[in-house]
Design a protein around this ligand. Structure first.
Ligand code: ADP
Length: 595
């Protein structure tokens, strides 16, 4: 039994568990791949939006250049420089125009012009030193191709150059620190860092430390961004041909640039995504859907826009945040249930197989016991018969009393033998196709009387006390009298076998609730507790021959119950007060008797 359980465990259950585990692992991996694909897909959306933002800045730069070129068609460079304070650029109402002379000094504005006095003063205070080449500061600008390589190697060698020797511009140190990490932590990073959630990843852009002259020494135009008093501002500059090295520029404050993004067209048509452009403080300056809100610092994916808009991010948020999770959850639940069902089926099948195997083994054990019991039971009467027959043969039976006694014993033993053989044969017959009964309306009283006389007389002769409490006859039932006799004889025979210590046999017959009750009572040890139902199972013996010394086949009660049931009746067992057993055969009374 334990072996079959082990085989089941090793051959079926464990492999199934391993298969289940492998399936779960595969799902997990599939999930990761799916999420990665989605992240890549969405990343391309934020890349496109970042591209649109860069284009917008570039368009404004081109617009400004064309504007300056237009002005220079109508006036000379110095005339333009002189009249610049009275002009406004189309690109932004809040922009301040300026001119740097050939000597790299700020020519315009001077601060003396009457219009926009306050703005001009502020501009000069913040930018004069930087624009005149007297102060270096951190500047961000998209690298002109020629400069790119130089810059890359310089940054690699001295990535954190913080030499402010020439600087007269105060910069908040905290800002510089803060400026080095991104201000969003995307849930899905293109290149995951070790502790993704612990801190914001490093920004890809690196500022240069430079003054305006050096920063713009290469190329003829450009966009430059820098922090002034913790706020970003942009400088659009152009050095048109034929103006003898003069630089025309305009400074656009953060508000001006933010305004441009209000009209940006989203390049994405995806409905499940909310796109946004966040400024350097992670505040949205553009959202793809009106009224859309999110935890701005925790986008699903994000792209840094780059030097032209330093620390600005193009971000994407899942509008139905649970979308990915719920899809994953649904597939997980399905697979889990399938695996659980499969496991349950295996366990149930295993349980039934093991139970069946156990039953088969029990039956086999019972049958083996049965064979040894029956052989013993056959041997005992045969030995007695042989012995007394031999005695008679040798003349020991010349004394008529002795001879009668011997013959009586031979008869009884033969009857016992017949009973046993009948039981075995009947059982075999019933097991195959059912016993054929010759049922008819019959009075069982004389039948019982005959049995009682036979056994009673013989038992009393051996010192038994026998008593029959009988209700008035007739006991009319529809039955096969031979079959019913077999039941009663079996029950009396059991009382005789198991009640031999007390030598008391009682037979009670009464009518109740439409049934004829035939009770056989003894004062033996009774059926052990908990085995009251098992004794009716085939081959089952509560008191085995080995332990009790009482021979038996374990078939007597099985047959009794089957015959009773075949007559619409039953056999009940009850423990007697004061010790002993009471087996009662109940048979339905024929109708006239019921009344
Ligand atoms: P057998 O008597 O041949 O063993 P039975 O089917 O007649 O088979 O009885 C089954 C078991 O029921 C017996 O082995 C015995 O343990 C128990 N049994 C039957 N009748 C009695 C009784 N009158 N008193 C005590 N135990 C009994």
């Amino acid at each position: 039994m334990n072996r079959s359980a082990l085989v089941f465990l090793a051959g079926v259950f464990l492999p199934s568990l391993i298969l289940g585990w492998l399936a779960l692992r595969t799902i997990g991996e599939q999930q990761i791949i799916l999420e990665k694909r989605t992240a890549e897909l969405f990343q391309s959306e934020t890349d496109a939006l970042a591209g649109a933002a860069k284009n917008l800045m570039q368009e404004r730069a081109d617009q400004f250049r064309e504007e300056v070129a237009g002005w220079l068609e109508a006036a000379t460079a110095s005339e333009l420089a002189a009249s610049l304070s009275n002009r406004t650029t189309q690109i932004s109402g809040s922009a301040v125009l300026f001119v740097i002379g050939t000597d790299s000094r700020l020519v315009t504005p001077t601060g003396a012009a009457p219009s926009r006095q306050e703005e001009t003063q502020k501009f000069l205070a913040e930018n004069r030193l930087f624009l005149s080449g007297e102060a270096e500061t951190e500047v961000y600008q998209a690298q002109p191709p020629a400069k790119e390589q130089k810059q890359a190697s310089a940054t690699a060698a001295k990535p954190e150059r913080r030499d402010y020797a020439k600087s007269k511009v105060e910069m908040a140190d905290s800002l510089s620190q803060q400026a080095r990490s991104r201000n969003v932590v995307p849930q899905k990073l293109a290149e995951p860092v070790a502790s993704e959630l612990a801190s914001a990843p490093q920004a890809a852009i690196v500022p240069e430390i430079s003054d305006f002259k050096n920063a713009t020494s290469e190329g003829s135009h450009g966009i430059l961004a820098r922090f002034v008093n913790d706020k970003l501002q942009w400088i659009f500059w152009t050095r048109p041909d034929g103006v003898a090295g003069m630089t025309f520029g305009c400074m656009v404050p953060a508000e001006g640039v933010r305004d441009w993004f209000r009209e940006l067209q989203s390049p994405s048509a995806r409905t499940e995504l909310g796109l946004a452009i966040l400024d350097e403080r992670a505040n949205p300056v553009f959202v793809s859907k009106a009224g859309f809100k999110a935890n701005w610092r925790r986008p699903f994916v994000a792209t840094e826009i780059g030097d032209v808009l330093p620390y600005w991010e193009s971000t994407a948020y899942l509008l139905d945040g649970a979308m990915l999770d719920s899809a994953a959850m649904a597939s997980r639940v399905t697979i889990f249930s399938v695996i659980a069902l499969a496991l349950a089926a295996i366990v149930a099948a295993g349980f039934f197989v093991v139970r069946d195997a156990r039953r088969q083994i029990e039956l086999a054990t019972k049958k083996t016991g049965f064979v040894s019991n029956v052989s013993h039971e056959l041997k005992t009467p045969l030995t007695s018969i042989l012995m007394f027959a031999e005695l008679l043969e040798t003349g020991a039976g010349n004394d008529p009393e002795k001879r009668n006694k011997y013959l009586r014993i031979i008869t009884l033993e033969s009857e016992r033998l017949t009973r046993l053989i009948n039981n075995v044969l009947d059982f075999a017959k019933m097991d195959k196709k059912g016993k054929a009964y010759a049922k008819h309306l019959t009075d069982l009283h004389p039948v019982i009387e005959r049995i009682w006389e036979g056994t009673g007389l013989h038992l009393e002769a051996s010192g038994w006390k026998c008593q029959w409490q009988a209700a008035d006859p007739p006991y009319d039932v529809h039955a096969d009298p031979d079959a019913i006799s077999q039941v009663i004889v079996n029950l009396i025979s059991n009382a005789e076998k198991y009640g031999a210590s007390a030598k008391s046999l009682e037979l009670h017959t009464w009518k109740e609730s439409g049934f004829l009750h035939i009770g056989i009572l003894d004062r033996g040890p009774g059926v052990p507790e908990g085995e009251e139902l098992k004794i009716f199972e085939a081959f089952y013996r509560a008191n085995d021959l080995l332990s009790s010394g009482i021979p038996g086949s374990g078939l007597g009660l099985t047959l009794a119950l089957r015959i009773a049931r075949d007559h619409d009746g039953r056999v009940d067992y009850a423990r007697r007060t004061g010790g002993g057993s009471c087996f009662t055969l109940l048979l339905p009374l024929a109708e006239e008797d019921t009344l």
